[in-house]
Design a protein around this ligand. Sequence first.
Ligand code: NOJ
Ligand code: NOJ
Length: 579
Amino acid sequence: MHSAWLVVLTFCATVLAQSGSIEDYINSEAPISKANLLANIGPNGSRSSGAKAGLVIASPSTSDPDYLFTWTRDSALVFKSLIDQYTLSEDTSSSLRSSIDDYVAAQTVLQQLTNPSGTVSTGGLGEPKFNINLTTFTDGWGRPQRDGPGLRAIALITYANWLIDNSNASYVTNTLWPVIKLDLDYTAKYWNQSGFDLWEEVSSRSFFTTAAQHRSLRQGVTLASKIGQTSVISEYTTQANNLLCFLQSYWNPTDNYVTSNTGGGRSGKDANSVLASIHSFDASAGCDARTFQPCSDKALANHKVYVDAFRTIYSINNATADNKAVATGRYPEDVYYDGQPWYLATAAAAEQLYNALTVWTAQESLEVTSTSLAFFCQFSSSVQTGTYAASSSTFTTLTTAIKAYADGFILVNAKYTPADGSLAEQFHKDDGHPLSAKHLTWSYPATLTAFAARKGVVPAGWGAKDLAVPSVCESNLGPQVTMSFNLIASTVKNEKISIVGSIDALSNWSPDDAHTLKSSPYLLNYSIWNINLKIPASTRFEYKFIRKVNGTLTAWESDPNRSYETPAKGIKVLVQNWR
Ligand code: NOJ
Ligand code: NOJ
């Protein structure tokens, strides 16, 4: 009897949570999100706490956490959403227009501030955050963060394109272009250096950052040619090609997802990649995986792996079936505020799928590949690889289920949105109560763009269609040293030695991709194995030798990992014994 009651209660709770209609939530939450977003922009926003004109505060929270600063990333994403609203004629108010112009003016000032990341010409644009009175923040922080300039350029170029179409090219050339050019010059110069990820924790290379940098340079090339600024075109194009090449390298083909950071020692399953997908959306590119379009097979496969990473770690997700939407966070290993779901991450999971549905509907078909099969199997256990026309029942079955699945993420946020409609940064994994920064500004555009995507709103494209990935990625890895690895090991017939380690040059611990050493009967009957590899200078890395027989991994060296730090230049020769 007791357990029967429990079952009923659980059942009712589930029904209650999902029964409020999504339309009801959107109708009430959209205007609240818009108003709360605007409230966090200076100088007139009611919660902007004295921020100068055009500055976006991250949150009005001044302690636990103190977010009363302005971040370049958050601000660019906020203004991109507002610029989209303005340029797509969803909000043509003059107050919005002047707020956008205030943003431009404020960023023009911030770019010039000398700060702990450098001056305007020596890397200062990578500074992640500033005081809200337009001065430099000098305390310790995870800096530099190299996504900010690209994201800002994307927002400003979107505005510039609209202005050109609306007979205001002179403002673009005189006022916007100098700001955009600084951001793009920074991006072209520093894209291949490590920096902190969007969560401000890991200093390595980061998928979201690479994607934003790539997009910004592509848009920069198009804008530059429109307004006759041709001198930058060749350099931006070269670096955009390099970025597109590098972007491909985050894909983990064994486990079918994007490893979001090259460092940090985590799984790499991260909202980073889902955010990269939605902020790379260009409907004209269809389902192209090279730019990780929302409906591409890689982005869909990644979506499943990402969402699944949160199914068991938050107790609010426990009662949810494996193919239904759940609350998601930044990444499963997160410990910030004890590792909780985030509204903006859960909204992004919905937005990617809404964008995918828009493209499938427009192209009147969807394709299931071996890469995306596991994603689609969530919605129909019998689905097979193939292309399904819009007239087919498989198309209808899948798109109907995916729409409901996407709505499920919004309904999760709805369930944990307090009655006043306010959105904090996080909600609690055990009971869903709002947590961390109240009125996190970024939560609002994340919600609004997901709602817009659900309606089929398509933001302006950025030239993602038909981009060719260079067949050989130009080596632009900064200073390298040559390492000569020599291993003394006796081997048997068909056995070979490979090397694998913690950096790109050592295949990021992927034995499948490991470089194989060479030996010959003349080298003490195959007992000396050698390979010379280029490794970034002044870099610490870990590695091991492995054995493969006929290409199959048969042994790793014993623990601990070997480690080494390369010098600033030169050639290093290591001779070691198998362990
Ligand atoms: C503050 C950062 O904004 C947040 O992303 C991070 O998780 C914490 N610091 C801890 O490093
Ligand atoms: C912490 C987040 O991790 C980071 O992405 C954001 O920029 C800051 N908070 C400010 O909202």
